[in-house]
Design a protein around this ligand. Sequence first.
Ligand code: NIG
Ligand code: FE
Length: 392
Amino acid sequence: MAVVITNIGSLVTNDQSLGLGLLGEINNAAVVIDDGKVAWLGSASDAPAADQSIDAAGQAVIPGFVDSHAHLLFAGDRGKEFEARMNGQKYSAGGIASTVAATRSATDQELEANMRRLVSEMTRSGITTFESKSGYGLTTKDETRALAIGSKFTPETTFLGAHVVPREYAHRPDAYVSLIIDDMIDAVLPHTKWIDVFCDEGAFDVDQSRAILQAGKAKGLRPRIHAHQLGRNGGVQLAVDLDCASADHCTHLDDSDIDALAGSQTVATLVPGAEFSTRAQYPDARRLFDAGVSVAIATDCNPGSSFTTSMPFCISVAIRDMHFSPEQALWASTMGGAKALRRDDIGHLAIGAVADLTILNAPSYLHLGYRPGVDIVSRVIKAGNITYERVA
Ligand code: NIG
Ligand code: FE
């Protein structure tokens, strides 16, 4: 059954051959969806007939957001840590241990219910594809069950056994690295697409990270990495050397890091929620765009450093404090996220693309930054199905 969304005031396609500017914007547009895919798009006056019609009432339609970095499999709460940081304490990787304890003692049902709640928040914020990592279990059994649960919600699952060294291995970190390489990777394989390492102070160094990512690659997992959140340690160069799909955080970058990224297929994924919630310095996205680096914006939803599921919030902060232009921020949260997941079927709207769209209650995508903190998502469509409809 074909459905036409018509009377779209502004349609963002992210396809410069279809419309104006970086975002390939078409005014007074329509989109036809058939069989979960985009079957036609263009000027509303030329739209073909369809079985059903949705009136966008002159508002804006954008590709669904693609959130390429999130940690949704956990239990417990770290609000007190947030309070301490806002009172002047520094963020450190150490807080992860308290979530590990809570996650290990949660039941499968509790973990699944927590994830379902966060996924539903994401959908209401306009996200149609998201990645989710393990990393709060840190035993073979707990990492495997987290990924088994995560794979019920998304195909973009990531094994992050190398989040931190758990307490029971504090005095023998190399034994933990061996456990990951020799045992955990095989166990998680059936539920996992990606492998990630927190390569930073208090977590894993570059040599350990390289060994873990290479072991995962050898088993068919695809690499991505947390790099340069807390300092510059060579994690970005490692990402490029291993052809990681993305280097995430990139809070601390010098010119050589930017040159390395610019000459690679590795996306720089910026996570405004993390700098916001840890009161860290913001990276300057202009330097990355000027050098020709592909940039994504992700929520990094996690209970420690960035407990937000709102892509519009991240866009507002990215524009205000990371110096994205509004169009760069929209591109980075849709097409940039798709590139960070090495997907070419999502993040843009063209004939044949997956029909993942977000209808705004605003005449332009500009309102995502212009109206910070205001809920302007009115309908979300995933693979042609309405997954969220706002009650007026
Ligand atoms: O992406 N940096 C490492 N991992 C998470 C934070 C984890 C936590 O504090 O629980 C992040 O910010
Ligand atoms: Fe993260």
